[in-house]
Ligand binder design. Structure first.
Ligand code: HEC
Ligand code: HEC
Ligand code: HEC
Ligand code: HEC
Length: 446
């Protein structure tokens, strides 16, 4: 009898966690949360310094985030009913403390309020669960307080808090609460977690944490023991050149080694995604541009740019660089009537672009993910996928005899340059980063 009662009480509490609703705007006070400095200055010193360098420590203060929220999304949310929810919503992921305390809109980063803490220790270590089946749009359930949720039962007790072991923090689903996003039009505009879930790494049990929080021998707290498998908090991603370099491996080869001027050679380029657990690019796909540039150089140093061969799939025009204009919807938030748009790609024409275009309700390409009503062709490179591109090149009649060196380069920008310049975003956000490079040589006969 007693035993059944115990079981039903347990089941009742168990059910409760699942009935709990998503943490709401204004549910808590800032005082319910400790600052990252409190956690990091005397105890978790290494973890704190690692986290501080990561983009998640700057999710609210990073310049491009400030520009996009205050110049575009916030004014837009106040004039268009359809996107009104993003006024609070952006902060659900970029400044969770501002969101759960109802500090909406938060003061700008220069006011140095607690909104600046961004995705802090307390945010992640207070999350107990999420609502529904799929983690997305900050559907986390938070329980701040003396209990911290983590994955290790420490050998020694912390003097200031209790630790409860949580399997959620060990899983990639935990990251999905912020790394999946649906726009107010019901479109998946960020799907890093969903891409991982349908890819090879999830099937093999490799979590986000394994690639973004690699384990090493370290102390988790200054007074605690050294663990052989301590979780670092580096969270290195697209803003880290060391993480980006070599993500895609390249091979280029010709179909014939020796040719005369006037003859045609076909170069094949293989692109193998060797490193990412999701697609490349992922996350803020509306901003990113990844492209393959192929160039030949003859024995007299003349250069020839080789345009990619068309494949003929639907929507391919968005995957080959051109002089087309796009982003006309920036005129809506900025109140510029009849804004004619900006250069869509702002790179040399004829290159293959690995991207997925986002479209606004009028069908024009947009970088405003909250104003995205549909998506175009998904021509990104999946985890462990190999894409093949060909370049058919007629050797110019006046090409001098000797070696012809052909180089394939895969380049990357976090943000399309035309957009970055127009909005006054710091140039580091649109500098060109070389991901990889590979050459081959053929011989031009006299
Ligand atoms: C509470 C929301 C939240 C959670 C939970 C979260 N993230 Fe993030 N993450 C963000 C936001 C917001 C950014 C973007 C910051 C910016 O744009 O300034 C970000 C950025 C990142 C970046 C850097 C991207 C870049 O461009 O360099 C990585 C890597 C990352 N997160 C990994 C993870 C992993 C792994 C997990 C799970 C262990 C996780 N995140 C959990 C909100 C979250
Ligand atoms: C984006 C979410 C996120 C943020 C921000 C974050 N952590 Fe963590 N932390 C995690 C996750 C996830 C784990 C467990 C990973 C695992 O075991 O797979 C973890 C593990 C830990 C551990 C245990 C490490 C071990 O291996 O025993 C400590 C201690 C810790 N975090 C402290 C901090 C402190 C202090 C901060 C702030 C400076 C912080 N965390 C910020 C997500 C986060
Ligand atoms: C097999 C290793 C691996 C796994 C697993 C993995 N990632 Fe990544 N991730 C990478 C690499 C490499 C990059 C850098 C290239 C890039 O930007 O995609 C990256 C980039 C990122 C970025 C930056 C993307 C951008 O454009 O800003 C984020 C955010 C991110 N990962 C989050 C996650 C999350 C969340 C998961 C789990 C759902 C995850 N990663 C799983 C390797 C991995
Ligand atoms: C569901 C969580 C979520 C919501 C809601 C959200 N973001 Fe983000 N945002 C992220 C994550 C995660 C990243 C970084 C990951 C990446 O690029 O892979 C990010 C990245 C960004 C970036 C940086 C892009 C770059 O180049 O690194 C900007 C700017 C940004 N968000 C602005 C906004 C604005 C403005 C809103 C509201 C309209 C918003 N975000 C809503 C999670 C969110």
């Amino acid at each position: 009898m007693k035993f059944t009662r115990l079981i039903s009480v347990t089941i009742f509490f168990f059910n409760c966690t699942f009935l709990l609703s998503q943490t709401k705007v204004s549910e808590f006070k800032y005082d319910d949360f400790k600052t990252p400095e409190y956690c990091g200055s005397a105890c978790h010193t290494d973890i704190y310094q690692q986290w501080k360098q990561s983009l998640m420590a700057k999710a609210y203060t990073h310049e491009w985030d400030e520009i996009e929220y205050f110049k575009l999304a916030l004014p837009h949310s106040e004039t268009d009913e359809r996107v009104a929810e993003v006024k609070a919503g952006c902060n659900g992921c970029h400044s969770p403390l501002a969101y759960v305390t109802g500090d909406i809109p938060p003061k700008k980063p220069s006011f140095n309020t607690r909104a600046n803490e961004s995705v802090s220790c307390e945010v992640c270590h207070s999350i107990v669960s999420f609502t529904g089946e799929v983690p997305y749009n900050h559907n986390y359930i938070m329980r701040p307080g003396k209990t911290k949720y983590s994955t290790r039962k420490s050998e020694i007790q912390s003097p200031v808090h209790e630790i409860v072991k949580s399997d959620l923090l060990r899983s990639g689903d935990f990251c999905g609460v912020c790394h999946n996003e649906k726009s107010p039009f019901g479109v998946w505009v960020k799907s890093t977690h969903l891409e991982w879930k349908e890819g090879p790494y999830f099937r093999e049990g490799v979590q986000c944490q394994d690639c973004h929080m690699p384990k090493t021998e370290m102390r988790s707290a200054s007074m605690g023991p050294v663990y052989k498998d301590m979780r670092t908090h580096i969270f290195h991603g697209a803003h880290d050149k060391s993480k980006l370099r070599g993500v895609i491996e390249l091979k280029i080869y010709p179909d014939i080694d020796k040719v005369e001027p006037g003859e045609v050679v076909k170069f094949t380029v293989l692109l193998y995604n060797q490193k990412t657990g999701h697609k490349f690019p992922t996350g803020s796909v509306e901003d990113r541009i990844v492209w393959l540039h192929v160039e030949a150089i003859d024995s007299k140093n003349n250069k020839y740019h080789l345009p990619v061969d068309k494949k003929g799939f639907e929507g391919e025009e968005y995957t080959i660089s051109s002089n087309a204009l796009a982003y006309q919807d920036l005129g809506v938030a900025l109140n510029i009537p009849d804004f004619k748009g900006l250069e869509r790609d702002a790179i040399s024409p004829g290159n293959r672009i690995f991207r997925m275009p986002y479209f606004d309700p009028e069908g024009q390409m947009t970088i405003q993910q909250w104003y995205t009503a549909s998506l175009g062709v998904d021509y990104r490179i999946g985890p462990r996928e190999t894409k093949v591109e060909t370049f058919t090149f007629r050797i110019p009649d006046n090409c001098p005899p000797g070696p012809l060196k052909v180089t394939a380069t895969i380049n990357y920008k976090l943000l399309v340059e035309s957009v970055g310049k127009f909005l006054g975003v710091p140039p580091s956000e649109y500098e060109t980063i070389v991901i990889n490079e590979q050459s081959t040589e053929i011989e031009i006969l006299p």
